[in-house]
Design a protein around this ligand. Structure first.
Ligand code: BV8
Ligand code: ZN
Length: 241
């Protein structure tokens, strides 16, 4: 199916939809200049994901992990939402029932104005205390290493879900509800590798939704979805409205 035909099909589906759910990954922020995880400029190139985005890595070397997050915070602090983020804010206003699930921790959906949003892997601008569990927003760039809790002086960590850690059960529950009750699921800019987010497309399909993927490249989801549109999110997503 050509790109144009795919866009036409998705627009037709959206025009009669009451419930729309969107899942985004690093690809939607690539057009804002935020490096993706597995692309050629991938974040993980210098480090393997397992080396840094894990509780074991943080326990072993919290300074290295904080230095890596400070490097990412510095990059992300200068970035702005792009037309794809803005189009999803508009979509939230258009549909009776809309939910946005993002794997991104860059906060750009919130910055763009999305409110019906689950940041299922956390947010790089939040920190949590490893001792008392307190969660705060923190925009320091850089965060002085090693950061301590204002209340109990415990070691602060990024409020981000690392590999091997379970996602917040409430956010996950809300996400599965949105995935299993929508008429249309749009998947934008994710390689479809990381679970449980990677199970959302098959789950929506099994629940009878129309599923469309917008991505630069084919992904493991491409075989499964109804429409796969190849292109830049910033160009494609605004055309779906
Ligand atoms: C859990 C926070 C268990 C970090 C992230 C084997 C060993 C170890 C673990 C596992 C294993 N098998 C399965 C697992 C579980 C593991 C997992 O799925 N591993 C994968 C690698 C196999 N999952 C977990 O550990 C999760 N927890 O399962 O808990 C459990 C269960 C019960 C009870 C207790 C425990 C936790 C997963 C969360 C990990 N944290 N991030 C940080 O960010 O610092 S994941 C990380 O990858 C990011 O969050 C990112 O969002 C996510 C997914 O990556 P993508 O967003 O897809 O980005 P990527 O670069 O991969 O792809 C970009 C895409 O965009 C590409 O397709 C590209 O073509 C496209 N693109 C690029 N430019 C554009 C574009 N598209 C459109 N336009 C463009 N311009
Ligand atoms: Zn504390």
């Amino acid at each position: 199916m050509t790109c144009e035909a795919g866009i036409h099909e998705v627009r037709a589906r959206l025009s009669s939809a009451r419930a729309v759910t969107v899942l985004t990954g690093a690809g939607i922020s690539a057009d804002s200049g935020v490096p993706t995880f597995r692309g050629t400029d991938g974040l993980w190139r210098n480090f393997r994901a397992e080396e840094l985005a894990t509780p074991e890595a943080f326990a072993r070397d919290p300074r290295l992990v904080w230095e890596w997050y400070n490097w990412r915070r510095e990059i992300i602090a200068a970035k702005l939402p792009n037309p794809a983020h803005a189009a999803l804010v508009e979509m939230e206003r258009r549909f009776d029932r809309f939910w946005l699930i993002t794997q991104n921790v860059d906060g750009l959906h919130r910055l763009a104005g999305s409110t019906k949003l689950s940041e299922i892997h956390g947010n790089i601008w939040k920190v949590s205390c490893t001792a008392c569990g307190r969660v705060d927003t923190n925009h320091d760039v850089p965060i002085p290493i090693l950061p301590q809790c204002a209340t109990c002086e415990g070691l602060l960590r990024p409020h981000i879900v690392w590999f091997g850690e379970s996602l917040d059960s409430e956010e996950l529950g809300r996400s599965f509800d949105a995935v299993n009750s929508c008429e249309v699921l749009l998947i934008v800019g994710t390689s479809g590798i990381v679970y449980p987010a990677a199970s959302f497309a098959p789950s929506a399909k099994a629940a009878g939704a129309f599923v469309a993927e917008i991505n630069l490249d084919p992904t493991p989801n491409s075989e499964l979805v109804d429409v796969s549109i190849q292109g830049n999110a910033k160009d494609i997503v605004p055309l779906l409205l």
